[in-house]
Design a protein around this ligand. Structure first.
Ligand SMILES: Nc1ncnc2c1ncn2[C@@H]1O[C@H](COP(=O)(O)OP(=O)(O)OP(=O)(O)O)[C@@H](O)[C@H]1O
Ligand SMILES: [Mg+2]
Length: 309
């Protein structure tokens, strides 16, 4: 069940930078600007759709929040990351999104290094991040229009309605975010991320503010869409059962540990392959062989982290 998160590819960051500079000087490489958020990666990436290598982030020098973070995500894979508050999950997601930069290391997506935001990555933020002066429909239409600028108003409206319906908010299409509950705002964020049909979805606790019933419905919806479109997903969650239900792979992250005379940065502790059959639902999860072993393993890990504080 356990797999080593360390990746084999030892290419140092400097070689990426050098090769990138050479690549930019080569007129034959003009395709590198197709996606403004990434640059062509001259390194072999193997089968992985996304590769994170040697990532670290510090705000205080010599005390990185996390260091030497390595993991990969295959095309169509659903990966959940679990770890205690403050270990750096959102920071990693923001780096994958191109919204934050790492202190060292790099992220390669689909053969290109991530260097800025792109419509190829749909993000659902921990806080919903909606534009308050726009209605629900306009918030989503804005993203859809950016993604497909050539679409007619009718095409955009039809597309928006489809995704608003998916999250059960058709009756609130004309409402502003200030008129919505926290869970409803979060659902608008989910609809917006899905509506641009990105190559990769980055979800930061997307169901955190939802009641159990809505959460279950949207989890099912998410699973259906992801399976049918073979969408690649990186999702942060604090909910162990949610991770077991949705994820093909579960990344366990540990916090940094600071004592009076030592400092150990946080990082990836384990990467678990989900051994449960792909065809699983919330209702039958606890009947499946291997469920309790996996659940207990994750809970023990989380309790173990608590004990160090
Ligand atoms: N701009 C900043 N300046 C200084 N420290 C920061 C900054 N942004 C984040 N941090 C610190 O980085 C650490 C990781 O933050 P991050 O938001 O990634 O944690 P998280 O794992 O997503 O936590 P949670 O589960 O609570 O959302 C935290 O200790 C936080 O205080
Ligand atoms: Mg967070």
């Amino acid at each position: 069940m356990l797999s080593d998160p360390t990746l084999a590819d030892p290419a140092p960051r400097d070689s990426v930078r050098t090769a990138r500079a050479e690549s930019a000087l080569n007129p034959l490489n003009s395709h590198a600007t197709v996606d403004e958020g990434t640059v062509a990666n001259p390194l072999p990436t193997g089968a992985s759709f996304l590769k994170v290598q040697g990532l670290s982030k510090y705000y205080v020098k010599d005390k990185p929040i996390f260091a030497d973070v390595n993991f990969s995500i295959n095309r169509g894979e659903f990966v959940c990351i679990i770890g205690h508050s403050g270990c750096g999950k959102t920071t990693i997601l923001n780096v994958l999104a191109g919204l934050d930069s790492a202190s060292s290391g790099y992220v390669i997506m689909d053969g290109r290094e991530v260097r800025g935001p792109s419509l190829e990555r749909g993000v659902v933020f921990q806080s919903h991040a909606l534009m308050p002066w726009f209605t629900v429909g306009q918030n989503i239409a804005f993203a859809v229009k950016s993604r497909w600028p050539q679409w007619s108003k009718a095409q955009i409206a039809q597309h928006v309605e489809r995704f608003v319906e998916m999250v059960g908010l058709s009756h609130s299409l004309e409402k502003k975010p200030s008129e919505l509950s926290g869970g409803m705002k979060q659902r608008v964020g989910i609809a917006r991320a899905f509506s641009i049909q990105p190559k990769m979805l980055l979800l930061d606790e997307p169901f955190g503010a939802l009641d159990a019933l809505t959460r279950g419905t949207i989890q099912d919806e998410l699973m259906g869409i992801v399976r049918s479109t073979k969408q690649t997903v990186f999702m942060i969650t604090h909910d162990v059962d949610e991770a077991i239900l949705l994820a093909d792979k579960i990344v366990l992250m540990r916090n940094s540990v600071s004592t009076s005379n030592s400092f150990v940065p946080g990082g990836i502790a384990q990467v678990l392959e989900n051994p449960l059959p792909l065809k699983r639902s919330r209702a039958d999860l606890h009947h499946l062989q291997g469920y309790y072993d996996l659940r207990n393993h994750i809970v023990d890990f989380l309790i173990g982290i608590n004990k160090t504080f």
